[in-house]
Design a protein around this ligand. Structure first.
Ligand code: 5GP
Ligand code: ZN
Length: 115
């Protein structure tokens, strides 16, 4: 079966691309929770933060530079936006390929956590 997000990178699963460079890919979340809801992923498969080590740590810089580009492209950089990484089961991670949620497009995104 493989990894859904790796299949999206390969183009085997369709997605709405927002931004791409050599090392990252950004696309619309299929179930948006805000007017802007983009997922930013690395083209390198890393399960989550638990798999980060010194040799692959540059993935995080790549991801956050791509987040900045996405925010500019979607026009939410001036107003502000929220960046979320759900890490592991208790963190709500469902897709086991490290990804950054970029949420915005509202004057106020509300409380950080709704428990
Ligand atoms: P997680 O809970 O793992 O942090 O987030 C996974 C996200 O992937 C969810 O927000 C979900 O809506 C999104 N998602 C799941 N399957 C697909 C898909 O096939 N295409 C796209 N574009 N997003 C997906
Ligand atoms: Zn993957």
């Amino acid at each position: 079966m493989g990894c859904l997000f790796c299949n999206i990178i390969k183009g085997e699963v369709p997605s709405t691309k927002i931004y791409e460079n050599e090392r990252t890919y950004a696309f619309e979340d299929i179930n948006p929770l805000a007017p802007v809801h983009i997922l930013v992923i690395s083209k390198t498969h890393i399960k989550n933060i638990d798999e980060l080590e010194e040799s692959n740590a540059s993935v995080m810089a790549d991801l956050f530079l791509a987040v900045r580009e996405v925010a500019r492209i979607k026009g939410i950089d001036a107003d502000g936006y929220r960046v979320i990484i759900n890490n592991g089961a208790a963190g709500g991670q469902v897709i086991w390929h490290l990804h950054v949620h970029v949420l915005g497009g509202l004057p106020d995104l509300g409380p950080m956590l709704a428990l």
